[in-house]
Design a protein around this ligand. Structure first.
Ligand code: NAP
Length: 486
């Protein structure tokens, strides 16, 4: 173990959560130190490089409000453009020197005597700061389904989250496993090149039109030279998505209307595949997907939809749960992430020797007050923590709210000359009770399996309301909900 490195605030992860927190900390006059397990920034946008990878939130709203990008090429930006944006704002914001790459944090321990957190890494380094913020994302552990015979498949098995860009799909027989957000983006470009593409769809998804458009040179110039126009455009996108929130309330008039419209759209576009592609669970229960090219692709002559899970692999033959089979040269897993594991691989120990994961286990799953803080863990905050994911708006909006709230909490602590700030048990219990009551009314609670839920069906990933509600509640954290001491 070498010297201990110190900072004002330790941030774990250099995806958009860590970048936003780091930039805001710098602006607040703090010395942040970001510990990142990989060798580059960008998080999910660095890891996911599969064909067709893009964002399904509009670009001008999928950017930080204080680090705008007038040059977005289109409404739904492709992965390389988002990664370039993440790198640029890190560099231009002066954050790069504050990042230590290839540092995988394995433990975070609170020292009661000094009220400091110590992070230890797999690379045997040690870092200390009065405040720690985890920003490791919710989708960072690729899920590999256990499928009989898969280990003996003779060809390459790729996963959307660690794609081999040396793989050439041209003229190959390819099987895509999955039908979620990653699958529907890779299916069209793979089908363009493959000899034959087979899709194993365990469950159909609600797919709505995407309507991607490129921004003209004139529009980009206007965004650059008329910042007010750009801000208005961003606000309009936010509002367009925000007003769709009632569609996520189970049984609402808006939900019924949108379901009927989408069902009719599937009938009109999917032809003979319509039955297989129409979900039997409420709209929004799983993530609503955006695509214009999915149904035309699934109806191509060189594409077969198997409406069943991939169950078994025998040599180069893949066998679906409905008995349908196909031959494949390569398998593309679009089987998602182990989103139930918050802070995987990290031991977090609070002042009384309490382990964070034990507390979460006792509570029935990961939880945090506004997804940000937990009683018994002073000066520890989460960005994109439990119950802060969205189904209808930009997660970067949430991340900005969280950075704002965390810095507000630290200012409160400093103003009082204190060394600790901690959310109270009473506030956590009140919050949790209301959160789960509200979540019970949402589409996510419906009869589907999704990555938003824990093993017992409890919704652990998603926020229960609108983004306006979250913004309002994180604008100024209620004084009575926190104890400032030391
Ligand atoms: P996902 O939504 O969890 O989808 C995984 C897919 O794999 C599901 O269709 C699942 O079926 C299927 N699956 C698992 N085992 C299977 C088997 N044995 N046979 C057949 N199918 C199997 O994962 P994802 O598509 O990677 O997306 C995860 C999240 O990442 C998204 O919800 C989104 O938030 C984010 N994402 C965002 C973008 C973007 O544009 N911003 C792009 C990609 C991903 P079941 O549905 O039956 O479980």
């Amino acid at each position: 173990m070498g010297d201990t490195h110190t900072a004002d605030i330790l941030i774990i992860g250099a995806g958009f959560g860590g970048i936003c927190m780091g930039l805001r900390a710098l602006r607040a006059g703090l010395r942040p130190l970001i510990l990142e397990r990989a060798s580059d920034v960008g998080g999910t946008w660095r890891d996911n490089t599969y064909p067709g990878c893009a964002c399904d939130t509009q670009s001008h709203h999928y950017s930080l409000s204080f680090a705008p990008n007038p040059d977005w090429s289109q409404r739904f930006p492709p992965q390389p453009e988002i990664l370039a944006y993440a790198r640029r704002i890190t560099r231009e914001g002066g954050l790069w020197p504050h990042i230590r790459f290839q540092q995988t944090v394995t433990s975070l321990t609170f020292d009661t005597a000094t009220s400091h957190w110590t992070a230890r890494t797999a690379e045997a380094e040690q870092y200390r700061a009065p405040v720690a913020v985890t920003a490791v994302g919710q989708l960072n552990q690729p899920a590999h389904p256990r499928i009989e015979g898969m280990a003996d498949f003779p060809g390459p098995v790729l996963h959307s989250a660690h794609w081999d860009n040396g793989f050439d799909p041209t003229g190959q027989d390819i099987a895509v496993v999955g039908s979620g957000a990653s699958a529907i983006q890779m299916i069209p470009p793979l089908a363009d090149k493959a000899r034959h593409l087979t899709v194993f769809q365990r469950s159909p998804n609600w797919v709505v039109p995407r309507d991607n458009r490129t921004y003209s040179n004139l529009q980009r110039r206007l965004f650059r030279y008329l910042p007010g126009w750009r801000r208005l455009h961003r606000a309009a996108i936010w509002w367009e998505w925000e007003r769709s929130w009632p569609e996520f309330i189970d049984g609402s008039r808006q939900a019924r209307k949108r379901s009927a419209e989408t069902r009719a759209d599937i009938r009109a576009k999917a032809g003979p595949l319509a039955d297989a592609l129409t979900p039997d669970y409420p709209l929004g229960c799983k993530r609503i997907l955006l695509a214009d090219d999915l149904y035309p692709t699934l109806r191509r002559g060189n594409v077969t939809l198997i409406p069943a899970a991939l169950e078994r692999v025998e040599g180069d033959r893949l066998i679906g749960a409905n008995g349908q089979t196909c031959r494949a040269d390569a398998i593309a897993l679009a089987t998602g992430f182990r989103a139930r594991d918050f802070l995987p691989g990290m031991t977090v120990i609070g002042p009384d020797g309490v382990h964070l994961h034990d507390r979460w286990k006792a509570a029935g799953g990961p939880e945090a007050y506004l997804g940000l803080a937990l009683p018994g863990f002073p000066n520890l905050f989460f960005v994109y923590g439990p119950n802060t994911n969205l189904g209808h708006n930009s997660i970067l909006f949430m991340i900005e709210c969280q950075a704002h709230a965390i810095l507000g909490a630290l200012r409160r602590m400093r103003r009082r000359g204190a060394t600790r700030i901690e959310v109270t048990e009473a506030a956590m219990a009140r919050y949790s009770e209301k959160l789960h009551r509200d979540l019970g009314r949402t589409a996510w609670a419906g009869g589907c399996d999704s990555w938003y839920k824990g093993d017992d069906g409890r919704i652990i990933n998603n926020w229960s309301g609108s983004t306006l509600d979250y913004w309002w509640r994180t604008r100024r954290l209620p004084k009575r909900d926190f104890v400032v001491s030391g």
